[in-house]
Design a binder for this molecule. Structure first.
Ligand SMILES: C[S@@+](CC[C@H](N)C(=O)[O-])C[C@H]1O[C@@H](n2cnc3c(N)ncnc32)[C@H](O)[C@@H]1O
Length: 302
C-alpha cells in the first residue's frame, strides 16, 4: 500500500475518532449537569461503557460522579490541580477525624487515580485521638447527639490496611502544633477534611491555618462534614457552623467560604459541604492559574 494511502487512512481514522469524541464530549457535558433521575441513570450508564470509561478525563470523571467518595475526590483533584499549576510536585491532604478509617482508605484510592492523571504526588495524613470522641466541652459540641467514646479506632487494623497514609494519633490540640512546627514546604496543604463533629475540636483544628505560608496553598479545598445533616439539629450557633462563623469574624484576610464552582455539575447535596479556605495575603494568592489559550478570548458569535 502506498505511503500516502496509509497516511490518508490514518488521518481519516483519526478525524472520525476525533469527531466521535467531540460528540461524546457534548453528550457528557449535558448529562453531567442533568439533576433529574434520568441524568443520574445516564451518568451511571455512560461511565460503564468501556470505550468511554477508558478515555474520560479526570474532570469528566468528577462531573459524572465516577470517582470514589465524590466529595473527597472533588477536593483532592482541585488541590492537586492548583498545586500543579503553582509548580509543586507534591501536595498534602489532611483528614481531621478518621474514626475506623474508611475516609483515609478512600483517600488512598483517590490518590492513586489522581496520580495517574496529573504529574503530582499526594501525601496523606489522618489525625485522630484514636480512642473515640473526647468529652464534649459544652452545649456547642451537641452532647445531645454525640457521646464521648463514639467512633473508636482499631489502630492495628487500620494501620494494616493503609499503604502510604500517615496516622497522627492524639488530641489535635497537641498534634496540630507539632505538625505545623515542621512545615513541609515541598508538599503544601491543599485539601482538608474537617470531620471532628464537635465545635471545640473544629476550633482546635483551625490552628492548622497558622502554618508557615510556604507550607499551605493560597486556597485550600475544605470538606466540612458537619454543616448539613439528618437528625443533628445543626445550627448557626453550635457545632462546626459556629466554628466557621467565628473564624470568619476573627479574621479579616483569611476566610472560609462556601464553594460556588459547581456550574458544570448536577446539583447534589454533597456540594453544600464543600468550602474553600482563602488567604488573601498569601504571596501566591494572585498568581494566575488559568489557561490563557482557552480563557483569554470571547469571540463574537457568527
Ligand atoms: C465522625 S468521626 C470521623 C469519620 C471519618 N472521617 C470517616 O469518614 O469515616 C469523628 C472523629 O473525630 C475524632 N475527634 C473528635 N475530636 C477530636 C479531637 N479533639 N482530637 C482528635 N480527634 C478527635 C474522633 O475520635 C472521631 O473518630
Amino acid at each position: 500500500m502506498p505511503a500516502s494511502q496509509t497516511m490518508e487512512t490514518t488521518v481519516g481514522c483519526y478525524g472520525a475518532r476525533h469527531q466521535w469524541r467531540r460528540k461524546v464530549n457534548r453528550i457528557l457535558k449535558v448529562i453531567a449537569k442533568d439533576s433529574s433521575l434520568l441524568g443520574r441513570i445516564a451518568r451511571k450508564t455512560v461511565t460503564s461503557i468501556p470505550g468511554i470509561s477508558r478515555s474520560v478525563t479526570l474532570q469528566e470523571r468528577l462531573v459524572l460522579g465516577s470517582m470514589p467518595r465524590i466529595y473527597y475526590s472533588y477536593c483532592a483533584a482541585r488541590a492537586a490541580n492548583l498545586a500543579f499549576s503553582l509548580g509543586y510536585k507534591e501536595v498534602s491532604i489532611l483528614e481531621f477525624g478518621v474514626a475506623g478509617g474508611n475516609g483515609l482508605v478512600a483517600l488512598e484510592a483517590i490518590k492513586e487515580i489522581i496520580e495517574r492523571y496529573l504529574p503530582i504526588k499526594i501525601r496523606l495524613f489522618g489525625f485522630d485521638i484514636g480512642s473515640g470522641l473526647p468529652m464534649a466541652v459544652d452545649y456547642r459540641d451537641l452532647p445531645y447527639h454525640w457521646q464521648s467514646g463514639f467512633y473508636e479506632m482499631d489502630v492495628k487494623l487500620l494501620r494494616s490496611r493503609l499503604k502510604t497514609a500517615e496516622l497522627v494519633l492524639g488530641p489535635i490540640s497537641e498534634t496540630i502544633p507539632t505538625f505545623i512546627s515542621r512545615p513541609n514546604v515541598d508538599a503544601p496543604i491543599g485539601m482538608i477534611s474537617f470531620d471532628l463533629d464537635y465545635y471545640s475540636s473544629t476550633v482546635d483544628a483551625f490552628r492548622i491555618f497558622r502554618i508557615d505560608l510556604a507550607a499551605i496553598l493560597p486556597r485550600v479545598m475544605c470538606y466540612m462534614d458537619d454543616v448539613i445533616g439528618t437528625t443533628e439539629c445543626y445550627s448557626d450557633f453550635t457545632g462546626e457552623r459556629l466554628a466557621i462563623a467565628e473564624f470568619n469574624q476573627q479574621n479579616t484576610a483569611r476566610k472560609i467560604s462556601p464553594c460556588y464552582d459547581f456550574e458544570d455539575f448536577a446539583i447534589e447535596r454533597w456540594q453544600q459541604k464543600i468550602m474553600i479556605y482563602h488567604d488573601f495575603t498569601h504571596p501566591l494568592y494572585n498568581r494566575y492559574v488559568g489557561n490563557p489559550s482557552t480563557d483569554a478570548q470571547i469571540p463574537l458569535s457568527r
